[in-house]
Write a protein that binds this ligand. Structure first.
Ligand SMILES: Cc1cc2nc3c(=O)[nH]c(=O)nc-3n(C[C@H](O)[C@H](O)[C@H](O)COP(=O)(O)O)c2cc1C
Length: 364
């Protein structure tokens, strides 16, 4: 009996391992690592797009004009509609209210021949135009696409707006492809970009103070900086913390001596090496004690694990007597990304007012 259970368990494990991971949306044709997985999840969880049956999302299927107005109508809360735009191809279908609502709100006009073109694929320039009108036709300027001349006059301002706000981006070679179709995966992405634009920016500080501190000095200084700038803090904690014996560099063979003598031992695992909401921070202070003239190496793990692109990074350190030296530059080289500023050294016992004054001088 026991043997049967373990065989069954082994089987279950094999099946789990063999099945590709699905995205949070749970659709069988949306893999967790698909570029549109987050967008599909967003569109689904906001009630904008549902599956196409049999637990499928059909990401590569083209979006029709009727589908887009239906999505917008749902987003508007499906209000009751009393007008009829009289499009000859809109019968008693699921999209009837949506199309009439969109026409009543000047979001769509339909074609000159009196039809709406319900099943026609929605072109990229028309998708931009419909969303732009729904938004109230805001003005925005942006650079021209290489195929700018191919964009219809009525869509020109809409495409500018869509580009300026990152709602519909160009394709390769700076082309917009105005008459190209929009797949359901692309539509989910466009909707996510569009609706997220309306969401309030996440509250909270845009400044983060990250530090490693073995004996509390750097932590104290980091705390002063965070208090002064109303910043968040993130402490780097080694999975295997340093004891006082570990830190004693006067004892030959102590942990720090071994790590100092053999750089291959300096890859220190941290309890956490990534920060929640990392994208929200535009300024990151990085603090560490000086060990043998350089940054204490537990910070290296954090530096290597994160992308500093677009962030201002300001190193600071504490030491008994050494200066900052090359420690900041070495970390900047290690990171390879980020706008690294000149750092600052504080003595281990630096006063609150000294740190506060410096922090204020670094405020942008
Ligand atoms: C292993 C080790 C090496 C150190 N090397 C230096 C050094 O080269 N220069 C220096 O001025 N202080 C050195 N110190 C002293 C620390 O930089 C200083 O005490 C620092 O403020 C400690 O910060 P913490 O309390 O945040 O760990 C060293 C300390 C340790 C434990």
């Amino acid at each position: 009996m026991k043997r049967t259970i373990s065989i069954l368990l082994a089987f279950a494990l094999l099946i789990t391992l063999a099945t590709p991971a699905l995205a949070a949306s749970g659709f069988s044709d949306v893999a967790a690592d698909a570029w549109y997985a987050d967008a599909v999840e967003f569109a689904q969880s906001h009630g904008l797009m549902s599956g196409t049956g049999n637990n499928r999302f059909s990401p590569d299927v083209t979006t029709s004009r009727a589908m887009l107005v239906t999505i917008l109508y749902r987003n508007a809360g499906s209000p009751s509609v009393s007008t009829d735009a009289g499009f000859s191809d809109v019968g008693d279908d699921y999209y009837k209210d949506a199309v009439n609502w969109a026409a009543a709100n000047d979001v769509v006009n339909g074609y000159d021949n009196g039809t709406f073109g319900v099943n026609d694929p929605i072109s990229r320039q028309d998708a931009a135009t419909i969303l732009w009108r729904y938004k109230g036709e805001p003005t925005a300027s942006s650079a021209d696409f290489a195929d700018e001349n191919a964009i219809a006059d009525y869509a020109s301002a809409a495409v500018d707006w869509a580009r300026a706000n990152g709602i519909i981006n160009g394709k390769g070679e700076n082309r917009f492809d105005p008459r190209g179709d929009t797949t359901r995966a692309e539509m989910a992405t466009i909707l996510m970009n569009y609706l997220k634009e309306d969401e309030p920016a996440p509250s909270g500080s845009k400044t983060l103070v990250v530090y490693f501190s073995a004996t509390g000095s750097t932590e104290r200084v980091g705390g002063y900086i965070a208090d002064t700038l109303d910043a968040d803090t993130f402490e780097l904690v080694p999975t295997n913390p340093y004891t006082s014996a570990d830190l004693n560099w006067t004892t030959p063979g102590s942990r720090v001596n071994q790590e100092h003598d053999d750089p291959s031992l300096r890859n220190i695992d941290l309890v956490a090496d990534t920060v929640e909401n990392w994208d929200n921070y535009d300024t990151v202070f990085i603090g560490y004690p000086i060990w043998w003239g350089i940054a204490a190496w537990p910070v290296d793990t954090f530096i290597k694990a994160n992308d500093f692109t677009g962030k201002t990074v300001i190193p600071f350190c504490t030491s008994s007597s050494s200066g900052l030296g090359e420690s900041g530059q070495l970390l900047a080289d290690m990171a390879g990304t980020g706008n690294w500023q000149e750092g600052q050294r504080f003595s281990s016992g630096a006063s609150e007012s000294t740190v506060r004054e410096w922090a204020l001088s670094r405020q942008r």
